[in-house]
Design a binder for this molecule. Structure first.
Ligand code: ATP
Length: 314
């Protein structure tokens, strides 16, 4: 469905994308994850033919995006970071306009608009001017215009950015419904978004793809050991020192309530929780709870993207 070959993009002398290559097959749901300024929007704009690459080639549905710009735009559904809405139009008027732009046949126009209004839970506001609606509604209108042509491929750039928690739930549910029928590429810097929406994750950092992995695989291996969380009564620094000597590392105090502490550490290779409990008890530490927990996507992401000094353009 999408083939990207050795794509570079420069803005002046600044490289926004550096030698990007990947393929996305029909029906895949791919999350495109990266910090701010990683290059997500730039890549999505190239895939949707709104921006030319400096070099490299991109094929969508078998067509070269450079040579088939208009056809590609009609073929896909694209929700840009800021949806191109016209505030004076009503929702229905705007969707009709979007359908015309995408060459939806006149005989299907009305039924298609009714369907996306229903799918995107917009029927109730269909005759209101867009200017009068909340950001959550506007985002759903953005998604509605993206699917008005029934695209096989949907590209969503940060679809829940700037929404409140209730709106985020609504938009995620909507995307979930849409996903079942299409190939979807969704960009975000919010890790929970990926966990909710995607099956495969491409992690981009400073213009380069540094990981291309299934969500399950990423969480399973992550290149890192699981963590252990210990709740105990006793001297925190002493326990931390003991844990370090027993091959636990990366001390992170989670909480402290009087003399009860919670410490979290990574487990060294081959180490089990039992290797910790006996020595702690033998040392007179009152162990209240020991919990092993797998890596979260956040842990994996931070491991792959360790904090770096900020650049002027971030
Ligand atoms: P965000 O999550 O903040 O939207 P992003 O991962 O989408 O970030 P891009 O918007 O693709 O990142 O930006 C990648 C880099 O390219 C950044 O350094 C950005 O400043 C630069 N950039 C993007 N668009 C332009 C432009 N039109 N002119 C100059 N530089 C640009």
């Amino acid at each position: 469905m999408i083939t990207v070959q050795n794509v570079f993009k420069y803005f002046g002398r600044i490289p926004a994308l550096k030698d990007i290559s990947f393929e996305i097959g029909r029906g895949e749901i791919v999350g495109f994850l990266g910090k701010n300024a990683a290059g997500k929007t730039t890549l999505m704009r190239i895939l949707t033919s709104y921006l030319p690459a400096t070099s490299g080639r991109v094929f969508v549905g078998g067509k070269d995006v450079d040579k088939n710009s208009l056809a590609i735009r009609r073929y896909i559904g694209y929700l840009p970071e800021t949806p191109p809405l016209y505030p004076n139009m009503t929702v229905r008027e705007y969707l009709k306009f979007a359908a015309q732009l995408k060459d939806v046949p006149v005989k299907h126009m009305r039924s298609r608009i009714d369907r996306v209004l229903d799918d995107c839970r917009l029927l109730y506001v269909q005759n209101k001017p867009i200017a009068h609606l909340s950001k959550g509604y506007k985002q759903r209108i953005g998604i509605a215009q993206a699917i008005i042509n029934e695209p096989e491929l949907l590209i969503l750039d940060e679809p829940t950015s700037g929404l409140d928690p209730v709106q985020i739930q609504q938009v995620r549910r909507l995307i979930k419904d849409i996903e079942s029928k299409r190939t979807v590429l969704v960009s975000t810097h919010i890790l929970s978004e990926i966990e909710h929406l995607a099956q495969r994750v491409l992690i981009i950092n400073r213009g380069e793809i540094i990981k291309d992995e299934s969500l399950k695989g990423l969480l399973a291996q992550g290149g890192a050991p699981p963590k252990i969380r210990v709740r105990f009564k006793g001297e925190r620094d002493r326990v931390a020192r003991m844990m370090t000597s027993l091959s636990f590392s990366g001390q992170a105090p989670i909480s402290c309530d009087g003399e009860t502490h919670v410490l979290e550490m990574e487990m060294g290779e081959g180490v089990t929780p039992n290797d910790l409990i006996s020595p702690l008890l033998a040392a007179g530490i009152q162990v209240l709870e020991v919990k092993e927990h797998p890596l979260s996507l956040e842990d994996v992401f931070l491991r792959l993207n360790p904090p770096q000094p900020e650049r002027a353009d971030e």
